[in-house]
Design a protein around this ligand. Structure first.
Ligand code: GLU
Length: 595
């Protein structure tokens, strides 16, 4: 979102906690980079960052601040985040020197089968948009359960208190910026089919004007109801009933705004599906890069194994001192190899030995030996054979990819705890249905399953199944040096999340850029397709040299990702960064700014 001076911060502090507003040091305008100490918050949105900083200033820890900021993003970034969706929370506990994760990914209905997205009338898969704007695409939301699990396990405040500032923002409203308006405009046809959605986001039948104040009193009431009664109202009570009704009987308007090209189909989620939702707490993925340890999210996200595998391949390539073209060439090749393996092997139920193998140095050697410094491989490349050793063997089956909205936040506190959290409702605007009377959009996360097999004769690890979680690309990543946090980062962007996180790490760790420059640098994404998806500035700057090595570009894309990141320097220093330009720029803030 656009960078605004944080007028909200002072008044928020009166809402968040009992301490008088005057106890807070003045909050400077939040830009994309802030340096200092005492804790920090980086999100895509100044209001959410201000809320998180306020919690830190009043003695909350990183988990408290992350939950309060995420709840605020549910108001101000409702098309990417919110209690109708899911996500992955990675936490470094400074006292225990341990990285833990929460898997808050959505689950499919217990009745879901591998042909869930095949139209029974035609025997063919639904078009993506037809599946998306339907009850079929909505999984059981995991976000609220994630907040509760995080707050209970590691926080110092009850969830009820952490929801309050977000409820206040929803009541008071926030200024619409150009990014927000554009997101509505892009989704107006879908939103216009549902009165509950258009009542909030299409006031007067139009996307809200830039600078207008958008309020969401239903969401404020929902947050307050949860705060009063606990998360059972959502998973077992009246909100669960409303979610099921919305999914099974999509509340299509009698007077839609605009036209939608597809029938809007009901889904099959039940009260039991929602009541039986549990977060998982998988061990993080762990791999080494030089003398650093890289922790990421395990399945059902493919983020941790993919970032780890690609970094391992790059480590094999011995790139220190290499010129920028060679580094980028290897980055693109390592990424293509990794995506081939991800497509072939990684899904919710991948056995642990395969995941371990994929981020082992032995596997990296087996894959890295296929990269030539002088010629790009023909894409798509086949996946490696997980049961074989040596350089050449390829497994059967082939790859494909698709592309999407989400949001990411990074929080650290004065005690050295760090949270890296990516949350989403999948597409910008999820399945386009606001649950009537509740003020939040439902996700369309189940369309992250492959609708049909993508691996030729080999099994596809990401087909739908009963109660299954769709594979994700979300890659919240924490890098330790000598056992202490060194970097934390993550991004939205569908499958490009993996390459965005990887490229920022390549920029920082191999090319030696300072973190803000590593973040700002133009991006490209090679996900094992014929053409590299690149931002125009990347294509212009590096295209000629990479094309000479045999890389193919296209189609270009205006921007990839909307990352947030932090670097932890000596003596408790923090460099907090967000995007300077992408998605209108983000907002980073520190508790005590460096002078
Ligand atoms: N649903 C996607 C995933 O889990 C994220 C969508 C996005 O970031 O745009 O991988």
């Amino acid at each position: 979102m656009r960078i605004l001076p944080v007028l909200a911060a002072v008044s928020l502090s009166t809402v968040v906690v009992a301490a008088p507003a005057s106890a807070s040091p003045p909050t400077p305008a939040l830009g994309p980079t802030a340096t200092g100490y005492g804790g920090a918050v980086s999100t895509v949105d100044p209001t959410a960052t201000a809320v998180g900083l306020d919690v830190l200033r009043h003695g909350g820890n990183a988990v408290d601040a992350a939950v309060a900021a995420a709840a605020t993003l549910g108001v101000t970034e409702p098309f990417s985040a919110g209690i109708g969706g899911g996500g992955f929370f990675v936490y470094y506990d400074a006292k225990r020197h341990r990285v833990s994760t929460i898997d808050g990914r959505e689950t499919g209905p217990a009745t879901m089968t591998s042909t869930y997205f095949i139209n029974p009338e035609t025997g063919k898969p639904y078009d993506f948009q037809e599946a998306r704007v339907s009850g079929l695409s909505a999984g059981v939301p995991g976000t609220l359960a994630t907040w509760e699990a995080a707050a209970r396990s590691w926080g110092t405040r009850p969830l009820s208190r952490l929801l309050r500032p977000a409820a206040a923002v929803a009541d008071r409203g926030f200024p619409v910026d150009a990014t927000f308006r554009q997101q509505v405009t892009d989704n107006a046809a879908a939103f216009g089919q549902f009165d509950a959605t258009s009542a909030i986001y299409l006031p007067g039948g139009q996307p809200p004007a830039v600078g207008s104040i958008l309020r969401n009193p239903d969401l404020a009431d929902t947050y307050r109801l949860i705060a009063r009664k606990g998360t059972d109202v959502f998973y077992r009570g009246p909100i669960a009933a409303d979610i099921v009704r919305t999914v099974q009987h999509p509340p299509v308007s009698a007077h839609p705004i605009g036209t939608w090209a597809y029938p809007i189909r009901p889904g099959r989620l039940t009260r039991d599906d929602i009541a039986s939702y549990r977060v998982r707490r998988p061990a993080p993925t762990r791999s080494d890069f030089r003398d650093l340890t890289v922790y990421g999210m395990s399945t059902p996200s493919s983020g941790g194994t993919a970032v780890g595998e690609a970094l391992n391949i790059l480590e094999q390539s011995r790139l220190s001192g290499a010129d920028v073209t060679q580094v980028l060439h290897h980055y693109l090749e390592a990424s293509a190899l990794t995506f081939a393996d991800r497509g072939r092997y990684v899904g919710a139920y991948t056995p642990q030995w395969i995941l371990d193998r994929l981020i082992s140095d032995r596997w990296a050697r087996q894959r890295a030996c296929q990269i030539s410094p002088s010629a790009a491989m023909t894409k798509p490349v086949p996946p490696g054979d997980i049961t074989a050793s040596g350089c050449t063997p390829a497994a059967v089956g082939g790859p494909t990819e698709q592309g999407r909205s989400t949001t990411n936040l990074t929080v650290a506190d004065r005690w050295g705890n760090v949270v890296e959290y990516t949350l989403t409702i999948e597409q910008t605007g999820g399945n386009a249905m606001v649950v009537p009377g509740r003020g939040f959009l439902l996700n369309n996360e189940l369309t992250d399953f492959n609708f049909t097999g993508t691996q030729g004769d080999a099994p596809d690890p990401n087909l739908p199944g009963p109660g299954k979680r769709p594979r994700s690309s979300m890659s919240p990543t924490i890098v330790l040096s000598g056992g202490k946090p060194f970097l934390a980062l993550g991004s939205p962007g569908g499958a490009t999340i993996i390459t965005t996180v990887l490229q920022i790490l390549v920029n920082r760790l191999i090319l030696g850029m300072p973190l803000p420059a590593a973040m700002a640098a133009p991006r490209a994404s090679q996900r094992n397709t014929a053409g590299i998806q690149a931002e125009p500035a990347f294509h212009t700057r590096y295209g000629p040299a990479l094309t000479a090595l045999g890389h193919t570009f296209g189609p270009d894309t205006p921007e990839l990702g909307a990352a947030t990141a932090m670097e932890f320097t000596s003596h408790g220093g923090i460099i907090a960064t967000a995007e300077p330009v992408r998605r209108g720029g983000g907002a980073a803030g520190v508790v005590h700014p460096a002078r």
